[in-house]
Design a protein around this ligand. Structure first.
Ligand SMILES: NC(=O)c1ccc[n+]([C@@H]2O[C@H](COP(=O)([O-])OP(=O)(O)OC[C@H]3O[C@@H](n4cnc5c(N)ncnc54)[C@H](OP(=O)(O)O)[C@@H]3O)[C@@H](O)[C@H]2O)c1
Length: 333
């Protein structure tokens, strides 16, 4: 431990499952890192859709209460648990603790904490790991996206969608994006999407067929579920891969197996968090690849809103009411 770590800190905490409004910003003890852990002075925390599910107690993982939400942070290591030699106090890092980031100090697993270059600002660093690792795992590993293929990214202005568009272009794919408003479609164009369509009404299906000469998309990244998933089966190419990433629309879709058979398509599940829990080396390897893509100018998280620590509830309200575009970040220090 180094000397100037206080005993208590400001932290958002969930005491009872409920809407983000039910959280409290309060004084909480600063945790001490155990073996395999580091303590980070949090500079910024990225927000993710799954935080809202976790606060409501609707996520597959239910942390013991009280807990602080916040799955990804950037900051400075201030203490390392016994046996930790790679990460030292003073290092600037990004980290994927999954919970605990909406606090002035974050306890994080050392194997999900990585040094970052000076070129990567704290806000961008905090916005990067969850959505870029998820879309990397989705497209490059689970979806086997190939150069020259057509990628369709649903909810292209979401965090996962933003990363998907940039990683699709980086792979050499032609990218189509959908979203629910003109402002979001313009954001997708800025990210590099070749074609953008509003998916609030079903006409986008014919548009996808039109721009692919009737063939459809080879790979579809779907963080929305619901209608986006159902209609995707009408405009997926033969041998296509439909990647089931999330259900932000609120509806978990179903599919008749004959549709999978008739078009020779694959419905591919993606649960990146479970994958890195079983294979922590994947997160480290992917982080290194993402940093190379960042340094090469191929990816860059676009943060459209930065909130202060006392504005966390407003930030979650903007997220659940679909007002956010790209990533939102909470600034702490
Ligand atoms: N499987 C995994 O490993 C993994 C990892 C990370 C995230 N996820 C999932 O991926 C999804 C996206 O996460 P994210 O953090 O990128 O989300 P986000 O930035 O908050 O964006 C969610 C997007 O979903 C769309 N949406 C459609 N219906 C919505 C509704 N009723 N309420 C809110 N948004 C709605 C919105 O776009 P439009 O307005 O354009 O429709 C919005 O931009 C979530 O379901 C999340 O749980 C999965």
């Amino acid at each position: 431990m180094i000397a100037d770590i206080p005993n208590s800190m400001k932290a958002w905490r969930v005491h009872d499952w409920g809407a983000p409004e039910s959280m409290r910003l309060e004084d909480a003890p600063v945790p001490a890192p155990g073996p395999g852990q580091v303590l980070i002075q949090t500079a910024a925390c990225g927000l993710n859709f799954y935080d809202t599910l976790e606060i409501e107690g609707k996520y597959q993982v239910k942390p013991a209460r009280p807990f602080s939400p916040g799955g990804e942070v950037a900051g400075t290591v201030v203490a390392a648990g016994s046996g930790e030699s790679r990460l030292r106090p003073g290092m600037r890092v990004l980290s994927i603790p999954f919970v605990g980031g909406l606090a002035e100090y974050t306890l994080a697993p050392a194997n999900a904490t990585f040094p970052i270059p000076d070129s990567l600002a704290n806000g961008e660093a905090a916005a990067l790991p969850v959505v870029y690792q998820t879309s990397y795992f989705s497209l490059y590993d689970r979806g086997q996206l190939q150069p020259g293929e057509t990628l369709l990214v649903h909810a292209g202005a979401s965090g996962v969608g933003m990363a998907g568009i940039q990683l699709g272009k980086a792979r050499g794919a032609s990218v189509i994006a959908t979203a629910s408003s003109e402002a979001k479609l313009e954001f997708c164009r800025r990210l590099g999407a070749d074609h953008v369509f509003n998916y609030s009404t079903p006409e986008w299906v014919e548009e996808v067929k039109r721009v692919t000469n009737g063939r459809g998309a080879d790979v579809i990244l779907d963080p929305a579920g619901g209608d986006a998933f159902d209609l995707s089966t009408k405009c997926i190419a033969p041998l296509g891969r439909l990647l089931v990433v999330g259900f932000a629309s609120g509806r978990i879709p179903t599919i008749a197996a004959n549709r999978i058979l008739l078009k020779n398509i694959s419905i591919v599940g993606v649960l990146w968090g479970n994958h890195i829990a079983a294979h922590p080396e994947y997160a480290e390897r992917t982080h290194a690849k993402l940093m190379d893509l960042y340094e090469a100018g191929k990816i860059k998280p676009l943060i459209t809103r930065t909130y202060e620590l006392n504005q966390v509830v407003d930030a979650f309200r903007d997220m659940t009411s679909r007002r956010l575009i790209g990533k939102a970040v909470i600034r702490l220090n």
